[in-house]
Design a protein around this ligand. Structure first.
Ligand code: ATP
Ligand code: MG
Length: 346
């Protein structure tokens, strides 16, 4: 069986270090491992419209921004197919057929959907399209016969729902669709990176992000303003590292080499943590170190992004070519689906 990756992001804003830790970094690694036959990376504009129906221009503008972020992080258009979801209408048709295989109460039980409805204050006014987005995500994944989906932890319920749709489809209409596996980042700190405000998830919609394209001064300002342990008031107080965003970011991005480079008082993160927990180490010092770590991680990304910004027509060509390739693949799956459902009349 072919090994295929499908993953993507909603063009609701520029990408941030949460995306990078939770998904992008892993994708680049998988892309360069050479283990996959095909890699599809989707800019999910149709999904973004499910809760941005009145802001189509915002979604439109961010398609290019997300594409630039991809290229900046090392997604290579010669190895990965980058495409725009709405350019593949086959995905919408698949969604429509899959809707018959899922109950309303099943979608209502999806914990990510629940949390997002609450976050967006939708409660009594949930757009039907938004409610159905887990089903459209199942269409995206299965259209490419993805075997692997590298995403952040918040996507686990979506993958579960997708697998159920695959089983249901195959049992009703005969073996047709491929079951995908989720690939979560191996580093636990990357599963769900908190925001700089300490909220559970860094998210475009919450405005608590460090963006990949951020300028050095802004990175510094954000890192220095980060939420830490609220009970660590004086330098001599013992501090908590669990649940402390500064240490979660260090867990996600710091390597032992960073100590030799920026802070040779310590040789590894465990030593630094032990000192913080004992007391006698101030937040400002730790934040300065984190700033150095983040600056080093983000510099090459920002520089590569600036180079691509000078070649925007090439970026658009990459999306256009990618969408053409993706459409062919999705059309083949749709043909199989229609055949299995016996709705290929003439
Ligand atoms: P929105 O607020 O518009 O939903 P978002 O910031 O949640 O935007 P998505 O486009 O929904 O971003 O998510 C894209 C991918 O990035 C998914 O795989 C998701 O799991 C991952 N991701 C998003 N935020 C984080 C985070 N804070 N930590 C780890 N992974 C994340
Ligand atoms: Mg999201």
């Amino acid at each position: 069986m072919k090994k295929v990756i499908l993953t993507g992001d909603r063009p609701t804003g520029r990408l941030h270090v949460g995306h990078y830790a939770g998904s992008l970094k892993e994708r680049v690694k998988l892309q360069n491992s050479g283990e996959y036959d095909d890699i599809y990376i989707m800019i999910a504009d149709a999904q973004a419209l499910t809760d941005n129906a009145e802001h189509p221009e915002k979604v439109r503008q961010n398609i290019l921004q997300v594409a630039l972020d991809y290229l900046a992080c090392g997604i290579d258009p010669n190895k990965s197919t980058i495409f725009v979801q709405s350019m593949i209408p086959e995905l919408t048709e698949l969604t429509f057929y899959y809707m018959n295989l899922v109950t309303v109460s099943r979608v209502q039980r999806n914990p990510t959907v629940k949390a997002e409805i609450q976050m967006r204050n939708f409660e009594a006014s949930i757009p039907v399209g938004f409610f159905c987005y887990p089903i459209s995500q199942a269409a995206d994944i299965t259209a490419f016969r993805a075997t692997a989906v590298p995403v952040g932890e918040d996507q686990l319920p979506m993958l579960e729902q997708c697998k159920e749709i695959v089983h249901k489809f195959n049992s009703v209409y005969g073996e047709t669709l491929t079951e995908p596996q989720i690939i979560l980042p191996s580093n636990k700190a990357c599963l769900r990176l908190p925001g700089i405000d300490g909220k559970a998830k860094m998210s475009k919609s919450l405005g608590n992000c460090i963006y990949l394209a951020e300028e050095p001064e802004d990175i510094k300002k954000k890192v220095m303003s980060m939420f830490t342990d609220p009970n660590h008031l004086r330098v001599e107080d013992p501090g908590k590292v669990e649940g402390n965003p500064v240490f979660i970011y260090l867990d996600a991005f710091c390597r032992d080499e960073h100590f030799a480079e920026f802070w040779n008082d310590y040789s590894c993160l465990d030593e630094l943590k032990a000192h913080y927990q004992r007391g006698g180490l101030g937040d400002v010092k730790v934040k300065k170190f984190l700033n150095n770590v983040m600056q080093e991680e983000l510099r090459p990304i920002r520089e590569r992004r600036k180079e691509w910004e000078n070649h925007l027509p090439d970026v658009l060509d990459i999306l256009k070519e990618g969408s053409k390739v993706a459409k062919e693949t999705a059309a083949k799956t749709l043909e199989d689906v229609r055949h299995s459902m016996r709705i290929d009349y003439f």
